[in-house]
Design a protein around this ligand. Structure first.
Ligand code: SF4
Length: 372
């Protein structure tokens, strides 16, 4: 197939669905770890085309959804500095922080918060406004890490002293290990995100499949891509083979993007990382390396000590407990978004309780959009 429309061709889709039904003989739970794939599955109702014993689970693949609430509190605090300009991708603007509302509300209060479509716009703004400290919210998986790394790389090369990154970068393989460490949440197989593997290459996923003792298919984003990924992991699963297969070879090469990896290796270093709802996962993130410490917004603007917790309401006070978003259960595939008690009532895209309902890549937003 060479053209986009061929990846949605009904005859191709019917062929893949029939082949999946033919080879699949036992229950299988398959998790995709990519918000783009989650939305494609829901938008095209691909899960409804599968045999009932094949279940698709939507894992922690939405970068905004896993960004810790405390990170957003820190970003809002930094934006309140009168000489600071904060730059961010738009999908972070309405994500609730732990205690300070969201970035939109902070902007309404007067903070200089600007939406960008590339980290290099932050660089351009910093060059034009040397009197401003420009802080870019550098979040995401391996997909966005190279562009964020390039911002720091070019800022250093151009000797800009007013560019900073508030970093919360996540890595996919460590979270797959964490998911598989718990038999209650471990799926039978994974679809790995094609754009992540376009950076890292397919090769690291070969030993990972063996380590996790589960098949992994590197998968694209069109309907035929996703069904092909499902077919490939089911073939391996049925044969009892814990192997990786690259079902997206038109984009993903064995060794990925060497230039992106070079910049990543220079700018970032491995670190422990907090994931919203999932907790602390060792060596699952990227932080600025010592050579780039001068660009670290967390060093330039250390977070204020946390406020003391408010006193607990007693049962006699009559105050109803505020609803708590069970995002962790959704992100681990334990709960489908439309099984959440707040889905579509207390929590909608207009009044989101949790990040998965805000982000265009969030599973709850996908269900709200396509499956109400
Ligand atoms: S529907 Fe809302 S409250 Fe429920 S898990 Fe999703 S984001 Fe959280």
């Amino acid at each position: 197939m060479k053209h986009w429309s061929e990846y949605s061709d009904p005859a191709t889709i019917r062929g893949l669905v029939a082949e999946i039904a033919r080879i699949s003989t036992r229950p299988a739970r398959i998790m995709e770890v990519c918000g783009g794939q989650t939305h494609a599955i829901l938008r095209h109702a691909l899960d409804t085309l599968l045999p009932p014993h094949v279940q698709l689970l939507h894992g922690p693949g939405c970068p905004v959804c896993v960004t810790p609430a405390a990170y957003l509190d820190h970003a809002i605090e930094i934006a309140a500095h009168p000489t600071t300009t904060l730059t961010t991708f738009g999908d972070l603007l309405r994500v609730p922080s732990a205690t300070s509302g969201d970035l939109f509300a902070a902007k309404a209060r007067g903070s200089d918060i600007r939406m960008v479509t590339s980290p290099l716009q932050a660089l351009e703004f910093a060059e034009q406004h040397p009197d401003r400290d420009v802080v870019h919210l550098a979040i995401g998986f391996e997909t966005t890490a190279p562009a964020n790394a390039l911002l720091a790389y070019l800022a250093r090369e151009r000797q800009l002293g007013n560019v900073f990154l508030l970093v919360s970068q996540f890595l996919v393989p460590p979270i797959l290990r964490a998911i598989c460490a718990d038999p209650a949440t471990a799926p039978d197989a994974f679809l790995a995100a094609g754009h992540v593997c376009a950076v890292t290459g397919a090769a690291p996923y070969e030993p990972l499949a063996r380590e996790l003792n589960r098949p992994i298919a590197i998968t694209g984003f069109e309907p035929a891509d996703i069904l092909l990924g499902v077919l490939e992991v089911l073939n391996l699963f049925e044969a009892g083979r814990a192997e990786m297969i690259n079902a997206y070879p038109r984009i993903v090469h064995p060794h990925g993007n060497p230039e992106a990896q070079r910049v990543l290796g220079e700018v970032f270093a491995l670190c422990d990382q907090d994931w919203r709802g999932l907790g602390h996962v060792p060596q699952s993130g990227l932080a600025l390396s010592p050579a780039y410490a001068a660009f670290d917004a967390a060093r330039r603007f250390p977070p204020a000590p946390p406020e003391p917790a408010p006193p607990l309401q007693s049962a006699e006070s009559g105050a109803a407990a505020p609803p708590v978003c069970p995002a962790a259960d959704v992100l681990l595939g334990k709960l489908q978004p439309n099984e959440c008690p707040y889905f579509g009532t207390r929590c909608t895209p207009d009044i989101p309780l949790g990040a998965p309902m805000v982000s265009p890549e969030g599973a709850c937003a996908a269900f709200y959009l396509h499956r109400r």
